[in-house]
Design a protein around this ligand. Sequence first.
Ligand code: NAD
Ligand code: DAU
Length: 356
Amino acid sequence: MILVTGGAGFIGANFVLDWLASQDEPVINLDKLTYAGNPDNLSQLQADARHIFVHGDICDRALVSALLTQYQPRAIVHFAAESHVDRSIHGPGDFIRTNVDGTFSLLEATRAYLSTLDDAGKAGFRFLHVSTDEVFGTLSTTDPAFSETTPYAPNSPYSASKAASDHLVRAWHHTYGLPVLTGNCSNNYGPLQFPEKLIPLMIANALGGKPLPIYGDGQQIRDWLYVGDHCAALRRVLQAGQLGETYNIGGWNEKANLDVVHTLCDLLDELKPSTQSYRVQISFVTDRPGHDRRYAIDARKIERELGWRPQETFETGLRKTVQWYLDHQDWVRKVQSGEYQQWMSTNYAQRQEASA
Ligand code: NAD
Ligand code: DAU
């Protein structure tokens, strides 16, 4: 079996669902169920004995060690993290605790566990660390895309904490021989994404008749990858990645934020028409401090060495995503209760509306 951390969050839940849909190998899913972790994401696995859910913290080394001893997994896929840049600006402490201390704790528990395995067990074991393109910092419009050898230059508390975790993973390989693999992926979108992130937030606000808050001039560029494609890339890295290597994972889909929001409005106009276009709800607001201008991923290494390429285009992936949110309004309403309202007021109340 494999141990997944953070498997009740957006990408982790998609990974667990895809994994169990395509093979029979059981999953132990360790998740703290923070505001971003949602057991409903896994409700279809309730009666599935191949999914063992454990409510706990990756920083709890005794718990992680006990799980490793009890279940003897052949791999760890490490998603658990604080993941939202805006939250890291308002409160960086949780990011250092989970992303840095938590990854350290997991690496140490894994190192101790590996020492108990025989040679075959050690040789087959993998620690797959799920990371981000944000560790490379920001690009101008003419810079080449991030490659695996681009120097790290993180700019936000979130990306600095992820960069720190990447360095720990790398060091545990070089110093202790831990069999690690790292994926640095661009912006994911798709079903089950918490509506604090750009795409699900804009869909939810559009349908709720609320403003669509574009930070700054909306010309910041992100590379977008459908979550199912990211999960397929991770399965491939786990299966065939070279130990100690990092793989950049991206969608070859660079888009300016304003263009993404225009496309979303147009899709909603088609799929859920209202009296006027959703575009009228667009509102330009105060920018994110330290906002990275452009991310772009050169994903040629994973294609060349492991044969992975994304299957979805931005058009097909976005259409599926909008349809999923339209079909799952109850899921959205449920996650919007409680802490979500507090966060919306913390992040947006003080942003001045500006003209474009
Ligand atoms: P998410 O915020 O939706 O989910 C994170 C999950 O981790 C939640 O289920 C949460 O409960 C859990 N968690 C948080 N702290 C924990 C702790 N201390 N112990 C155990 N569980 C804990 O995040 P996501 O968007 O699914 O991202 C997953 C991973 O992928 C993260 O490591 C993130 O840095 C990385 N990543 C995300 C993107 C993206 O676009 N979302 C892109 C590239 C990389
Ligand atoms: O690049 C990978 C990263 O992508 C992941 O590592 C992070 O976990 C993930 O959250 C994401 O980070 P971003 O900061 O790029 O994602 P977010 O959805 O928060 O914002 C996308 C862009 O949209 C960014 O330029 C900020 C902008 N934005 C975002 C929000 C929430 C707005 O203009 N308005 C908004 O209300």
